[in-house]
Design a protein around this ligand. Structure first.
Ligand code: ARG
Length: 465
């Protein structure tokens, strides 16, 4: 039938067959495929069943179910959960989503299942399910971020007094200790954990009892189901309860921000692994080869971490665009909350695990880092600050040192010789240009010297424990 339009015969016949195909089968099937969310929302089955347990417990407490009916439904819910978990669940073509599937199966097992949806709509049900799913996802991702922070901490501790050039504009700026550089990423991830905790607080709200949009004429008590679920908050407005997806946006933003941070770490690993930098050597298990060039060892994980950032930003902006402009309350557009959320969580989970392994197994070539950081030019700011400590205004000191740098670059002598010969600077200042000296001088709070970093390490350790 689908080929008929391509085969011979009169065009009218073909059009007739195509129309027939389109109207008798095609559209209904397409509608069903577009409408059904079961393929992706079945991963919320545990949350859906947890919500139903709380709901039927509440229904019994307010007298809408007998204790026997409640127990029968609870037992059926247990069985359905086991069937889905083991893969034994027989899905029906009428199962539009996880909510309809669970209710159908519960009712097959227990006639009182027909009472399970009393005072409830899929609108408050799905809003609750997504909240519960998001809570566990936030906890899992927070743990993985913490794990990665511990890897960065371990690497920072192992780095000792190693140092490398610090960069601005990707130009060598001032030397910093390697631990300092690694911890900079660690602190960014710390704010990510904090952001997730903030999103969690707004997610941890029960919306069961909001009904389709307006509450119920039956004597429901949403406080009972909230208590059963152990959720911290309860909706105040049923319309808001079913229409609010802010918590999804909060979570997607937090995940996108993690993606941006992992992308920046990835970019540095890529640079550092290049022959030109040579700052790190990747472990074979966490790098890939080239199908054609035998000498290649590629930082694919770091590149994917960089690339996945774009996808995570897309999940956030795509979702916001779906919700923007929706009139109150539930609209089917809101079904589009789940796939970006699930994808973002899956993406961040995998990226964190891979990048964690990559960093944990990377060798830092500290000799190469020091060699690059030992350029006397990298200590130019220290020379200017030396002059300031002797009483010169900083702007004048900047000019004095700048002139020596220019003369050295123009070949009038080494910077060390020019500085030694200048009576305002002399051998005391020239000693600052010795390898490894400059990095030790920025001892201020949060600064890059090993001395300051020792304090920072303590604070970081405390922050992530
Ligand atoms: N599958 C739907 C969703 O994910 C459940 C809610 C359906 N509600 C409705 N009024 N059709 O949003």
């Amino acid at each position: 039938m689908t080929n008929s339009g391509m085969s011979g015969g009169s065009p009218d016949d073909n059009r007739g067959q195509l129309w027939h195909g389109r109207f008798a089968g095609g559209p209904a099937e397409a509608l069903q495929q577009l409408n059904d969310s079961l393929p992706f929302d079945q991963r919320m089955f545990r949350e859906d069943i947890a919500g139903s347990r709380a709901h039927v417990t509440m229904l019994e407490a307010v007298g809408l179910l007998t204790a026997a009916e409640r127990d029968g439904v609870l037992a059926a819910l247990d069985q359905v959960e086991a069937e889905i978990a083991s893969g034994e669940m027989q899905w029906a073509s009428s199962d539009e989503d996880i909510h309809t599937a669970v209710e159908r199966r519960v009712t097959e097992l227990e006639p009182a299942g027909a009472k399970m949806h009393t005072g409830r709509s899929r609108n408050d049900q799905v809003a609750l399910d997504v909240r519960l799913w998001t809570l566990q996802a936030i906890d899992e991702i927070s743990d993985l971020v913490r794990r990665f922070q511990h890897t960065l901490l371990a690497k920072a501790e192992a780095a000792g007094d190693a140092y490398l050039p610090g960069y601005t504009h990707l130009q060598q700026a001032q030397p910093v200790s390697l631990a300092h550089h690694l911890l900079a990423h660690g602190w960014m991830l710390n704010r990510d954990v904090d952001r997730l905790a903030d999103a969690r607080r707004r997610t941890d709200v029960s919306v069961l009892g909001a009904g389709a949009l307006a509450g119920s004429s039956l004597p429901l008590d949403p406080r009972i189901s909230q208590r059963e679920l152990g959720m911290a908050g309860l909706f105040e407005n049923s319309l808001d309860g079913v229409a609010d997806r802010d918590f999804v946006a909060d979570t997607l933003y937090s995940l996108a921000m993690i993606g941006v941070h992992l992308s920046r770490i990835g970019e540095e690993l890529i640079l550092w692994a290049s022959t030109e930098f040579g700052f790190i050597t990747l472990d074979d298990a966490f790098s890939t080869g080239s199908s054609m060039m035998p000498q290649k060892k590629n930082p694919d994980i770091a590149e994917l971490a960089r690339g996945k950032g774009g996808r995570l930003i897309g999940n956030l902006t795509g979702f916001l665009a779906s919700v923007k402009g929706l009139p109150l309350t539930y609209n089917k557009d809101m079904q589009e909350d789940k796939e970006p959320l699930f994808d973002a969580v899956d993406t961040v989970r995998l990226t964190l695990l891979a990048l964690d392994g990559m960093v944990a197994t990377t060798t830092f070539n500290t000799d190469r880092m020091a060699e690059q950081a030992n350029s006397p030019y990298a200590a130019a700011t220290d020379l200017a600050e030396f002059l300031v400590s002797k009483g010169m205004a900083f702007r004048d000191a900047h000019a004095v040192v700048g002139e020596h740098v220019r003369n050295a670059l123009e070949g009038q002598g080494s910077l060390v010789d020019l500085v030694s010969a200048d009576e305002r600077l002399g051998v005391e200042a020239a000693a600052i240009l010795e390898p490894g000296v400059s990095v030790t001088r920025r001892t201020t709070h949060g600064g890059g010297s090993p001395q300051a970093v020792a304090v920072q390490l303590e604070r970081f350790r405390a922050a992530i424990s």
